[in-house]
Design a protein around this ligand. Structure first.
Ligand SMILES: Cc1cc2nc3c(=O)[nH]c(=O)nc-3n(C[C@H](O)[C@H](O)[C@H](O)COP(=O)(O)OP(=O)(O)OC[C@H]3O[C@@H](n4cnc5c(N)ncnc54)[C@H](O)[C@@H]3O)c2cc1C
Length: 240
């Protein structure tokens, strides 16, 4: 079983399966490897872009799935972004991993039944998607799992459909999609993750996982502490 394997940091060669753009400037890079690529949901790999240039990318797929997926925002002029933007099926590249401690295991949140609250902005959804898919699909968890996922524009949406489908499939999973800069076509919630979390009663036992840009993570975590969430129950990964 994937969760019994010993995780060790290894230099791996990934082979690209596909790398489609799923919305403007965002790609889902799917890779395979002949080597052992066991990981914990929430971890990341450091991609070798070129000599002495590495970039970190969180695994967006769950450990129970054979192929590994990454969700990458392509920033114009960025070295890692340009490298990934040009990857095509059959290409190979080196990476180091799995790395990182933004995991349910490290937070002591895997083996109890307490509620879990996830807040993600943009591609910060990657490690959180991995954790949620792991809980629901690999572990068949019945715990209450709430996801607040914020994107800027409603014409650049990704994964909303998938989470809406999961919400229908798993009665313990609740998904709130949020857009901060909507067009006139957007009929859903407008604002930021913390505006929606504020409306929920605080559960003192809930563990909270936040991921996104430095600014977003900082903003969400400080607002949550103001609402009554304890610092020791808040875990985050900042993408920079
Ligand atoms: C633990 C961790 C996990 C992460 N996971 C993910 C993930 O899952 N998905 C994801 O998308 N990101 C993730 N990141 C962020 C990622 O590692 C990179 O920081 C990000 O992709 C930007 O790297 P880059 O090399 O493309 O840009 P950089 O080269 O580092 O440049 C940064 C900025 O400068 C600008 N810039 C650089 N060079 C030029 C130039 N010549 N002209 C104009 N502008 C320029 C770029 O537009 C960019 O905005 C993660 C970060 C960490 C720390």
């Amino acid at each position: 079983m994937w969760f019994n394997k010993k995780m060790s940091v290894t230099q791996v060669k990934f082979k690209v399966v596909s790398n489609p753009e799923i919305t403007k400037h965002v790609r889902v890079l799917t890779v395979t490897s002949d080597q052992d690529t066991s990981f914990l949901a929430g971890q990341y790999y450091s991609f070798k872009i070129k000599d002495k240039v590495n970039r970190s990318y969180s695994i967006a797929s769950n450990p129970g799935q054979k192929e590994i997926e990454f969700l990458v925002e392509i920033l114009e002029g960025g070295e890692g972004s340009t490298f990934i933007d040009h990857l095509k099926s059959g290409d190979e590249f080196d990476a180091l991993g799995p790395l990182g401690f933004f995991t349910l295991e490290n937070a002591g949140a895997l083996n109890d039944e307490n509620p879990l609250l996830f807040a993600a902005t943009g591609t910060g959804i990657a490690p959180i998607r991995s954790m949620i898919l792991h809980l629901l699909k690999d572990l068949n968890s019945k715990r209450e799992i709430k996801l607040f996922f914020g994107l800027r524009f409603d014409d650049q949406i990704y994964y909303f459909d998938e989470f809406e489908k999961l919400e229908k499939e798993y009665s313990n999973f609740h998904f709130t999609p949020i857009i901060s800069k909507p067009s006139d076509n957007w009929k859903g919630i407008v604002g930021h993750c913390q505006d929606c979390i504020k409306k929920e009663p605080v559960n003192e036992f809930a563990k909270v996982f936040i991921c996104g840009s430095n600014t977003a993570v900082q903003g969400i975590s400080s607002d949550l502490m103001e609402y009554g969430y304890k610092k020791e129950n808040i875990f985050f990964e900042k993408f920079g």
